[in-house]
Ligand binder design. Structure first.
Ligand code: PBG
Length: 332
């Protein structure tokens, strides 16, 4: 032992005191998660007879109609607060005709889940064209190949009506066209469906973290969505402006997306938003953890719960996560 200078006899402050026992830690915790805070995104595919695994999202599948119903019921029984549904059609075209067809896979899936679950869960439909277009963009294209904002709005309005008719409690406008919330709200009100809510995707970044999702919906997109989704190099100012627009247009909730790489944005939105704030832990966030866990490099369950807790701590009232069912089980 070296010669030491005189040290103060005792530290004046001892934060470790409240960390000593599990009971002390539990009593003093400030952030908690409940199964009902979690929303499970699900995929239903047309024309398959067995659930089809998604390579880049181990544990997540494209469902058949029957396996969708079964998995959804299981998740709701585990206490999950809501379901977000995506459809994977067998045929796609330039305008995404399957999206607002009542017999289209997404609307059929919503109807099936409404039939099975009624008001026992909050049923949400992804209101976007990318799963249904042969070019993979979130809207219809103009002659010059750009995504035509206002022509797309007409498609979104029609999709909103189809999803409401199928049984969605909330429609999730995820396409990032200007004015999309207003147009969908107006269309719903016009057919006396003021009961159906709009979940505004604001802010939503043009993120590489959506990579595995492209496989999940068998997307044919080449290129990126930088002309309509937000630039990751922009900041809080633009994020708050997007939120203000969605709220002014009638959004009942807003959602920040992705989640973990955008906690600064989430925190600012959570403080400023007059409506409840959701965060979407997207496919790439899921895939990173699953891949590292598969190699035995991380403690999977602890990381899953820690990321969820972090997103909650940053201010999200609810979290979309592919781990929703599993996390609900771990929380019970
Ligand atoms: C648009 C939509 C996407 C995601 C949710 N809704 C894809 C995109 O914007 O490119 C991504 C979700 C995820 O990565 O988990 N329909």
């Amino acid at each position: 032992m070296n010669e030491l200078p005189a040290l103060p006899a005792f530290p004046a402050s001892r934060p470790r005191r409240l960390r000593r026992t599990a009971a002390l830690r539990k009593l003093t915790h400030e952030v908690s998660l409940q199964p009902s805070d979690l929303i499970l995104p699900m995929f239903v595919a047309e024309g398959i007879s067995e659930p089809r695994p998604i390579n880049s999202m181990p544990g997540v599948v494209q469902h058949t109609m029957d396996s969708l119903a079964k998995a959804a019921i299981g998740a709701v029984e585990a206490g999950v607060g809501g379901l977000m549904l995506y459809g994977v059609p067998t045929s796609k075209d330039a305008v995404g005709s399957g999206a607002d067809d009542p017999n289209g896979i997404l609307n059929q899936g919503l109807a099936r889940l409404k039939f099975e679950l009624g008001d026992a869960t909050v049923l949400m439909g992804d209101l976007c064209l990318d799963e249904f277009t042969d070019h993979g963009h979130c809207g219809v294209l103009a002659n010059d190949g750009s995504v035509d904002n206002d022509a797309t709005l007409r498609r979104y309005a029609s999709m909103g009506l189809a999803q409401a008719e199928a049984g969605a409690d909330l429609v999730a406008t995820s396409g990032m066209m200007d004015g999309q919330v207003a147009v969908v709200r107006e269309a719903l009100d016009g057919v006396r469906r003021s009961d159906v809510g709009v979940l505004g995707y604001a802010p939503k970044y043009a993120s590489a973290f959506y990579g595995p999702f492209r496989e999940a919906v068998s997307s044919s997109l080449e290129g990126d969505r930088l002309t309509y989704q937000q630039d990751p190099a922009r900041g809080v100012r633009e994020a708050l402006a997007e939120v203000a627009l969605d709220v002014a247009e009638g959004a009942d909730l807003v959602m920040v997306k992705p989640a973990l790489p955008y906690l600064d944005i989430l925190s600012a939105v959570a403080q400023a938003s007059p409506v409840p704030v959701a965060a979407y832990q997207v496919s790439g966030e899921y895939a990173m953890v699953e891949a590292a866990a598969e190699r035995g490099w991380i403690d999977r369950e602890r990381i899953v719960m820690e990321t969820l807790l972090s997103v909650r701590r940053a201010g999200a009232s609810m979290i979309l996560t592919y781990w929703a069912h599993e996390a609900a089980n771990l929380l019970r």
